[in-house]
Write a protein that binds this ligand. Sequence first.
Ligand code: C2E
Ligand code: MG
Ligand code: MG
Length: 428
Amino acid sequence: QLTGLPSRQLLIETIRQHQEETAGGKVCAALMLIDLDHFKDINDSWGHDVGDQVLFKVARAIEPMIDDTAMVARMSGDEFMLFFPYAGDDPEQGAANAMATATSIKEAVAQPIFYDGNEFILTASVGIALLSDHETSAERALQYADTAMYEAKRKGRNGIAFFNQSIADKAQRQIGLNARLRKAVDNQEFALYIQPQVDVENGRLMGGEALLRWVNADRVTNMPSEFIPLLESSGLIIDVGHWVIRTACEYIRNFIDEGIWEDHMRLGINISPRQFNDPQLIDVIEHSLRSYEINPAYLNFEVTENLMIEDVESVIKKMAEIKALGAQFSIDDFGIGYSSMIYLKRLPFDWLKIDREFIHNIHHDPESRGVVEAILAVSRQYGLHVTAEGVEDQQSLEILKTVGCDTYQGAHFSMPVSVDRFREYLAA
Ligand code: C2E
Ligand code: MG
Ligand code: MG
């Protein structure tokens, strides 16, 4: 009532009627959902009366941007839905026209609004759904515009996004996966695999790297690339990471008790930047070491170069604290990130792990071999031990021997295995 605009119901009726009239034709219609960014803040700090007046002015600003075949409806609170029955002759033209209109609407919304001696500056997120078939129901089309609008918000607001099925599918999958991951944390559906690490020169077992697996209720084993990004973005990585540290210590304790762990061995534990910044990290490490009575020297924390885009000084400080316990550090996936030799000099690493990218080409690509040799030379300079990741065949191993790499892991010796299988390697 406030804005004098038609309601959602009238909009749906109009879309239906339009679809009936144009059935069989090729015309492309467009639905556009405009949502004001952070409008709640205005309501919260100025009160609803002011909010309403601002909304009224926004509605008046939008109106001149659209021609009289289009219809504007107020959906709820700070949302406006626009229907363009004749956006174009085909989806391509419809998309281009809708984009141009959305851009001018965004500009209109961004003009300062004056009310009661105050100035308000707003931005909007716009979602667009194109309607080029007559199969899609009006309600469904409204949902599509909504999905697109959320995509625009997700990308940082003040933007325009189009709906397409792949966006909707992706959103659906993410929601499903996220919910399942939360359950996985509660139900402890994670497993810690171990990939053996071996001396390049004489094949002696040097320990291994702990690698996370998610074995879900259907017994399907999911790989880290599928779920670690989600654990990261949801923050669940913190809890799972604590579990990884405790479990790694528990395994080592068992190996020691079984008399199969040797003093020169180490277990690598991956720590993502988000985990590294967790204020509880050191406590969890200390607590795990103490409760399983583990020599800290058996742990080797692997961090990637991504960590260094953060505040390097505080990274150095925290590494030093963990090293003071007696644990070691590796720089993981070296060569593919923000590799900078200066970090090798400034940060107290013990090991460098050369990324698989360079290793798996080493015997047929002279350039990869050159990179590996250069990395080795620099590592010697800084007193770092070097591990090669992803060694898949004897030829690559021979080259690593020639160039003087210390240890390796990879399919040539063994891919990551369950703790029971790893135990067999230790006992052998
Ligand atoms: P990463 O730390 O670089 O681990 C090495 C990856 O290379 C592992 O992948 C391993 O299975 C794979 N790999 C080793 N040898 C070979 C080989 O010869 N051929 C091929 N094709 N692959 C090989 P995975 O287990 O899928 O782990 C991927 C990444 O996920 C890890 O890379 C690590 O960054 C992350 N990740 C795994 N577990 C954890 C964890 O507990 N915490 C955190 N924060 N990250 C983890
Ligand atoms: Mg690693
Ligand atoms: Mg790696």
